[in-house]
Design a protein around this ligand. Sequence first.
Ligand code: PGA
Length: 260
Amino acid sequence: MTNRIPLIAGNWKMNLDHMQAIALIQKLCWTLNDADHDYRAVEVAVFPPFTDLRSAQTLIDAEKFEIALGAQDISRHDSGAFTGEVSGAFLAKLACKFVLIGHSERRQCHSENNEVVQAKVAAAWKHGLVPIICVGETLEELETQGQSAVPVAQTIAALSGHETFGEFVIAYEPVWAIGTGKVATPQEAEDVSKAIRKAITEHFGAESGQSRILYGGSVKANNVAGFLASGEVDGVLVGGASLDAEEFAGISRFQKHIVL
Ligand code: PGA
């Protein structure tokens, strides 16, 4: 057993407008509240598009819902002539706790390399946000370099060269498992998490080594328990299945599927 509180994170990607966001968050929180979900035992967070964040924040605040809010990206800059970018200062004002950084879709479609990811991690910490740093190998990298090499290297790059350190979360998402229905086995997720944790501990010390490491890639209510049973994986980053309130509530309540 560890002291790390599991984190269930729902990455909505470019889905749902602000009205739909309100409906989904209401349904999700009512479902979890009906089930007496203990948010201090299992943290639950949603990552809507930027345009939904103000509505989500207002709803969560008014209803005293206990889910956390996060953004899907952050600018490396604080303010200024950066058309289309969103500052971490604005996200902090909207009560975002987390921000996703370096999701494989941003690495692939928006040319985000390790240097950009590292700068965005610094921006998150500067504005008091917890970065969820996404790492993972493509199918080709899996075949040529094995499973751990790329995620470990991406993790070290994202965390290197910072003058000050803050809280962070790593999300291991094999690119070949995202949105494909292909899932890593619990053993594979466990092995890569262990390799990432070992590398973090060696490079950045024991305290950083206690950071949460999530698995992501085609997680559903019916496979989540396998990933979280061992205690090596501290939560999940969920894409498609987070758009359905009942399914995501079922994932958040994974403990009921684990027979201890
Ligand atoms: P998926 O996406 O659950 O739809 O595979 C995961 C992610 O991209 O974070």
